[in-house]
Design a protein around this ligand. Sequence first.
Ligand code: MRU
Length: 350
Amino acid sequence: MQSLGGRSLDWVDGAVLMVDQTRLPDSYETLRIESVPDMVAAIRRLSVRGAPAIGVAGALGVVLAMQAHGTSGEGLDSAVAFLRQARPTAVNLARMVDRVAALAGQGIDRALREALRIRDEEIAASISMGEYGADLVLELVNKPSARAMTICNTGGLATIERGTALAVIQTLHERGSLAEALALETRPLLQGARLTTWELGRMGAPHRLLVDSAAPFMLARRQADVVLTGADRVAANGDTANKIGTFSLALGARNAGVPFIVVAPESTLDFETPDGQSIPIEDRDGDEVVSVRTATTAPENTRAANPAFDITPVSLITAIVTDRRVVRLDRGDNLDSVPLGELRSPHAEL
Ligand code: MRU
């Protein structure tokens, strides 16, 4: 098996190599994706998932489209359109597809350079979010170490390396300031149980797993000092789309007076979408609800609703941490009032 050197996906020998996240934690397998239809299928079945990671997958997918269809024409246009709509909620996918497709006329080498630049920007952003976020957590909890609750998977698997909310947890751990991470299992597809615990284990961080419905009670019992989540899209007013269950978690945090922090790169902020109502929410197959992995959990023909994401209103968010700034909503900041600051990464020259 070819190695990805700890990354979730990369460009290797003219194709995209990715960790098949549907197989974790049972087995670590990589997939080699050589065509746009295969990339769209991988994105839809969540072999690659997480907003920044599908943004990079889409960017590299445009290069695959150019390998098949050249630098212009109907074939390329329809492959690009097919890619950009593979999943609707995370703004990163369409945005990064568009960014690379806009350069198609300049040739495949130029397009590949741009896609790899997007990959490198996301790696640098993850390092920087970790630093900004860890500083904020320690300021808010006012203790030498923090207990952090988190939902879904926001680690290196969901970006390229390190992650968003989980990058903050990793940075706290590396600083000796993580007392415990509490991961929500994240039904229906168990990204928290399968992927976040796998990543926390690999980083040697202390952690426990919770069923989703335990979160508000655990917060009310003061079992966590802070909640950290990622985002699939942050609207201009700060309303945030993230994995289904995030809204309930935010309500639980507000009830308990626990800070609720959204961690997302600037590439996930969408100033063209005014508020949460305007964010498209992906509805997935009901089969995911009436089963857990291979086991059926409901009577045959049970109908299910399966929104993959929800919207947390800005009024429930304490702060939004990006790779370039901390927006303290609790202090009256908003996304327009806080200017971009430095990228806190060794790759800041990007
Ligand atoms: O359906 P998924 O697994 O792609 O959902 C992912 C999330 O909701 C993450 O929290 C989000 O992408 C932000 S973290 C990179």
